[in-house]
Design a protein around this ligand. Sequence first.
Ligand SMILES: NC(=O)c1ccc[n+]([C@@H]2O[C@H](COP(=O)([O-])OP(=O)(O)OC[C@H]3O[C@@H](n4cnc5c(N)ncnc54)[C@H](OP(=O)(O)O)[C@@H]3O)[C@@H](O)[C@H]2O)c1
Length: 320
Amino acid sequence: MEQTQPTVLVTGASSGIGLATAKLLAASGYRVFAGVRSEVGNAAITTAGLASLTPVWLDVTDAGQVKQAIVDIGAAAPGGLFALVNNAGIGLPSVVEFADIDELRAVLEVNTIAPLRMIQACLPLLRQGGGRIVNISSMNGTIALPMVGSYSASKFALEALSNTLRIELRPWKIPVTTIRPGQVGTAIFDKSRVALQERSQQVPPELQRGYGPLFAQCAKFNERGARGATSPEKVAKVVLKALRASWPRNHYLVGTDAIWLDIGHDVLPMRLLERLIARVSGVMKGERSMRLQPPALPGGSVPQDDAYRHGDRPPGGAGG
Ligand SMILES: NC(=O)c1ccc[n+]([C@@H]2O[C@H](COP(=O)([O-])OP(=O)(O)OC[C@H]3O[C@@H](n4cnc5c(N)ncnc54)[C@H](OP(=O)(O)O)[C@@H]3O)[C@@H](O)[C@H]2O)c1
């Protein structure tokens, strides 16, 4: 193995964006350590058949495994690390009202705390190797959408850590980049599909009219994501671009959905953007159906819903 090859560590490389990135970087002249945490993941890396691609056992939430992986990589790459790509991530859809608190903790653990743990552990090797940090964030890392509140919270926090680090690490000229893909066709949507079905059935009957259309629309978006408007290989190419750039950008958007959402965020007033998001995500249908069929209260009075109190059209108005 050539010791002159720049060395990169990619976390969560068993599938999707991580696997595509690890393979592309290894085929592009980097020596890649690919984080896996199962035999299936290990096989995905070894069957790629690339001499410069080495699996490394790495559950990013396990401080002991992280420490061991860094010791092993340090021994194998005495010149240090050229890049850490924090890719491992999870996230299941849920409305915030019913977000499982333990699941939220797990999402924050994997998507926010673990990347920080990886950065802290890798910084000595990154300083040695004149390296850089690439964090895989999301279009949901700057704009929170319905059904992904917990996931967004974790990616917003990752963006905040990245912004601070970028400034703090200037003395060592260690660039910190976040990649913000839109929907990418990976297993993440297969994992979401089952959760969505289960969770839509768990919504209490009295809230179905309000939340039902949102779950239905989210299921459609999930299938769109699974079909893969953007491929993991396209994200991998952007990671490669961030590694090759003399001056990598602070952020890279990947996918037309991410680009359009970002433009909307920049040019539209927040209230209008939120209204559009409510329309596209099905929330407005739920809002309308709540207005058209207000629940009867004892004594026959009709409650004013929040939207009415806040100045929108009254319940029963044409089309809501
Ligand atoms: N797909 C999208 O639409 C999309 C959009 C924007 C951003 N992203 C981000 O892209 C990254 C990769 O996601 P993906 O879409 O490629 O999904 P994926 O195919 O499900 O890949 C997720 C990867 O993270 C790994 N992982 C999960 N928990 C881990 C842990 N505790 N320790 C180590 N590895 C762990 C998984 O390993 P196992 O196989 O062992 O579970 C897998 O390799 C994530 O950060 C995600 O948030 C995805």
